[in-house]
Design a protein around this ligand. Structure first.
Ligand code: EPZ
Length: 458
């Protein structure tokens, strides 16, 4: 494979050399990129932040409560900032200090989250269940699709309808009202066509204040569902079966104040395990919930490395030579789709063949083209990527297409020969708190620099 850089790429990298790593006074016409210099081995321990996908759902869940709520261990992410903006726009009073967030949702004013915010953060659609349960009426803009798929919300809507809401979509906005002159939703038996994480969360939250019992069949079982259920129970909700395929919720009149810590982010943890594996490094991670990493740990062990569980909240990776393995993404407890791109980067440098099949989202293999630019030998057939491991990757300018793909490109850059320039950091910053600082803390050689936006356009 010809790895020589084109004139444009040379120019882009030359421009980057001239770039400074400090954030310039004005970023007009500039864009941040991460320069990764491959070859460093890592060592030491990295701290894992609170789980983004748990925090976002729980922040929506605070709308269920008319007392003060305090959330702890919140990660510092763009998505968390956006969810704060959305809650404020609904009338929620917020106070952040470090990783703590105090939330007062007593006076929820206008019950429509603004489209310009919802369109940037799909998870903001999770406010529909709590707002409908609290107010009996709400309007939430449809979040629309994203790079990895159409992301419909039909299962959310059908669940709310089953609980006694009239739901109609007009001009891109979902209007939902409790039917008739009833003040509260009504418990219902709901069977999900697909164990959707978001739909399970929407229905479970709405059901906490409904009249009677709701049973969710074929429910999602992700750890973030259990964390949300624990959060709701800490406010007095009556929920059983979370973490299994059948969740039962007995509605109550109102919920009370709570002070709740978010679980560690299993996807971030798996991302660091992949960084250790691809650089043949011994690293440890803290805090983690080892059970939440079962499929990732099993897959890494199959690929060669040892993963040692050290006590209730620490894991250690001990590197071994890497061999190929097959992956099929599935709803939890199957292999998580959010870890697929990161593992593919490792498999690209693992000896032998691997097949990675993405079954959860219809368009989540876009990182393949970028890994190919770095010399990976991968062919896409339908929703599968057939990987032939190569002895080395070579650094190149690469473009992030979505959140986990951007993490995969950083991981590949850690092991590639030469310099990799990862562009499109708006994706990365949505889901990873200071990833370059954390990796540098392990000994990786990478930095964020600002470069002229037009020089590195894809
Ligand atoms: C959550 O998204 C996560 N996001 C995603 O993480 C994660 O990839 C996904 O769950 C699967 O684990 C948050 O929690 C904020 P789904 P969600 O509903 O709830 C289809 C990341 O990288 N579906 O389980 O949107 C859908 O199209 C992000 O952190 C319907 O058809 O995922 C998809 O194919 C990416 N109708 C499948 O279900 C619906 O009403 C899984 O979606 C809802 C979903």
């Amino acid at each position: 494979m010809d790895n020589s850089l084109s004139f444009r790429e040379e120019k882009a990298i030359k421009t980057i050399h001239e770039a400074t790593s400090a954030t310039p006074q004005s970023t007009e016409g500039l864009q941040p990129v991460i320069e990764v210099y491959g070859g460093a081995s890592l060592r030491g321990e990295v701290r894992v932040s609170g789980a983004k996908n748990s925090a976002l759902a729980i922040m929506a869940g605070t709308l269920l409560c008319s007392d003060d709520c305090r959330l702890r261990n919140l990660p510092a992410l763009a998505d968390i900032d956006r969810m704060c903006q959305i809650l404020s726009a609904i009338g929620v009073k917020l106070r952040r200090s470090g990783d703590c967030l105090d939330i007062d949702a007593r006076d929820i004013g206008q019950s429509q989250a603004p489209y310009e915010l919802v369109s940037q953060l799909r998870a903001s659609f999770f406010v529909i269940g709590p707002l409908l349960a609290r107010l009996g009426t709400t309007q939430v803009p449809l979040p629309g699709g994203c790079a990895i798929g159409a992301r419909p919300v039909d299962l959310h809507v059908r669940g709310l309808h089953a609980m006694g809401a009239d739901v109609r979509i007009e001009h891109g906005v979902v209007h939902a009202n409790v039917r008739g002159n009833r003040r509260r939703l009504t418990g219902a038996n709901i069977y999900l066509d697909y164990p959707s994480v978001g739909a399970t969360e929407t229905i479970m939250m709405a059901a906490t204040l409904a009249e009677g019992e709701t049973v969710i069949g074929n429910a999602a079982q992700e750890p973030e569902i259990v964390d949300l259920a624990n959060f709701c129970r800490s406010m007095g909700a009556r929920i059983k079966g979370d973490g299994t395929a059948t969740i039962m919720i007995e509605g109550v009149e109102r919920l009370h104040a709570t002070d709740f810590p978010i679980i560690p982010d299993r996807i971030e943890a798996a991302t660091f395990l992949c960084a250790g594996a691809i650089t043949h490094s011994e690293i440890s991670l803290f805090p983690v919930v080892p059970d939440h990493l079962s499929s990732a740990i099993a897959k890494l062990r199959e690929m060669g490395p040892e993963v040692v569980v050290e006590g209730p909240d620490r894991v250690r990776l001990i590197p071994k030579s890497l061999r190929g393995a097959d992956i099929e993404t599935l709803p939890y407890p199957g292999f998580p789709t959010d870890m697929q791109a990161q593992f593919m980067a490792v498999l690209a440098m693992s000896e032998g063949n691997s097949v990675v099949t993405e079954t959860v989202f219809e368009n989540r293999l876009q990182h393949v083209a970028e890994l190919q630019r770095m010399g990976a030998n991968i062919k896409v057939k339908g929703n599968s990527a057939i990987i032939q491991g190569v002895p080395f990757l070579s650094g190149a300018p690469v473009m992030s297409t979505d959140l986990r793909a951007s993490a995969a490109l950083v991981i590949a850059g850690l092991a590639a020969e030469g310099k990799t320039v990862v562009q499109g950091l708006k994706h990365l910053d949505r889901g990873y708190e200071d990833i370059e600082g954390k990796l540098r803390g392990l000994g990786a050689n990478l930095r964020r620099v600002w470069v002229p936006a037009e020089d590195t356009a894809g």
